[in-house]
Design a protein around this ligand. Structure first.
Ligand SMILES: Nc1ncnc2c1ncn2[C@@H]1O[C@H](COP(=O)(O)OP(=O)(O)OP(=O)(O)O)[C@@H](O)[C@H]1O
Ligand SMILES: CC(=O)N[C@H]1[C@@H]2OC[C@@H](O2)[C@@H](O)[C@@H]1O[C@H](C)C(=O)O
Length: 378
């Protein structure tokens, strides 16, 4: 089956689009990436989305327009990716997260992904599945991360324990025990580790007065020295200490949060590069701390994906904190494209929904049951 996966993540940089061929069976799928493209948002649309993510008030008329502008761009991405290729039979569209509230003791979570599937189906004339997180949230789950079940099917190893670490805007991990271990599927874990690139990106934009949006290959931060005292103070953030299941977003790791980290640094007389190195080190140590605190064992291999895998300084700090017993690779090195992994995941989640196969892992999201994910628009 030819399926298109679409997602714009928490970096809000554009629409990751994957055209994949899914063969095999529902419980043993084989996935081949035929084409992958990122279609950047226009600067104006990106700015509006970031303002909404930042809590800016929007009346319902403006919300409706934004929802349909995003849907139109997602539909166009789906049309573009198959210009040279045969027509896809199904689209799985994650949409654009603009709000995410994890569940609390006495209330369900709430999450909003814009770019309504009905409009994408109408424009493309291809059945579209969207709103993947809602059913898990209705089961008292976080609705995130959803990728761990995909990782289990595509990236688990017969004899080695692996972690898959996405470093997007937000970071998330999947822990995969060796497949030969008894009941290995029940021992899979996953959660959001905290900031991926979000704090680094916000800091680079602040320091460059909007001229740069990210620290290319980590070159700027590599010129500085992390301030260990500050990084350890920042690591006391309650989210890093919170026991999984857990999920987070730009609501917590926001421009206001970064402003506080800027203020904290004033007492240490750091250069811009030192502050950036400290934020990069915080990102790395928060990931490693998460492993060391919450996993049953350290993995033999960590497979990186997402744009942060290209940040050489971040990788170096991550390796330093994980320890030399852990081998750091990218998912590309084991055969899965690291830039389009999330888009591929939503193609496969759509395929599973189409075949009535549950997509969530309750032990990861905290949901009361495994459920079918996504709403189908024919
Ligand atoms: N060459 C590079 N050097 C350093 N950082 C990079 C590089 N390329 C991409 N990035 C970082 O990766 C980010 C984009 O990553 P990605 O597309 O994986 O995020 P996302 O999918 O939007 O987020 P999420 O996974 O949280 O939904 C950019 O904002 C930038 O910070
Ligand atoms: C609410 C939301 O959009 N969460 C994203 C975000 O980006 C990374 C991390 O936080 C992850 O939990 C999730 O996305 C991936 C695709 C997931 O659900 O697995």
């Amino acid at each position: 089956m030819l399926v298109i996966g679409l997602i714009s993540g928490t970096s809000v940089d554009g629409i990751d689009t994957a055209l994949v061929e899914i063969s095999g069976t529902v419980e043993s799928p084989q996935v081949q990436l035929l084409a992958g493209e990122t279609y950047p948002y226009s600067p104006r649309l990106r700015e509006t989305i970031l303002q909404v993510c930042g809590g800016e008030k929007l009346d319902l008329e403006a919300l409706a327009s934004l929802d349909d502008n995003i849907a139109a761009e997602f539909a166009q991405a789906a049309l573009n990716i198959q210009k040279e290729a045969p027509k896809a039979q199904l689209i799985g569209s994650h949409g654009q997260t603009v709000f995410h509230r994890p569940p609390a003791n006495d209330r369900l979570g709430y999450t909003v992904q814009l770019g309504r599937g009905a409009a994408i189906a109408k424009i493309t004339r291809i059945p579209t599945i969207s709103n993947f997180r809602a059913a898990d949230i209705a089961q008292a789950g976080h609705g995130a991360p959803l990728v761990p079940k995909i990782d289990a099917y595509l990236l688990s190893h017969p004899t080695k324990a692996r972690c898959v670490q996405n470093i997007g805007g937000i970071g998330n991990l999947t822990y995969l025990p060796p497949r030969q271990r008894e009941n290995w599927q029940q021992k899979i874990f996953g959660w959001d580790t905290g900031p991926g690139n979000v704090l680094i990106d916000l800091a680079v934009q602040f320091l460059s007065q909007g001229q740069q949006t990210y620290d290319h290959n980590g070159q700027w931060s590599a010129q500085g020295q992390p301030c260990s005292e500050l990084v350890h103070k920042w690591l006391q953030e309650p989210y890093f200490q919170q026991y999984p299941p857990k999920s987070t977003g730009r609501e917590l790791f926001s421009p206001a949060y970064l402003a506080q980290l800027r203020e904290d640094a004033q007492a240490y007389c750091l250069s811009d590069a030192d502050w950036l190195a400290s934020l990069t080190d915080l990102t790395a140590i928060s990931i490693a701390h998460s492993y060391q605190t919450f996993l049953p064992e350290m993995p033999a291999e960590v497979l990186l994906c997402g744009g942060g895998a290209r940040n050489a300084y971040l990788r170096q700090r991550l390796l330093a904190h994980l320890g030399s017993n852990v081998k750091l690779l990218t998912t590309d090195e084991v055969g899965l494209n690291s830039d389009f992994k999330e888009a591929i995941a939503f193609a496969l989640l759509a395929y599973w929904r189409w075949h009535n196969f549950p997509g969530n892992l309750p032990q990861v999201t905290g949901a009361k049951a495994a459920v079918l994910l996504g709403e189908i628009y024919l």
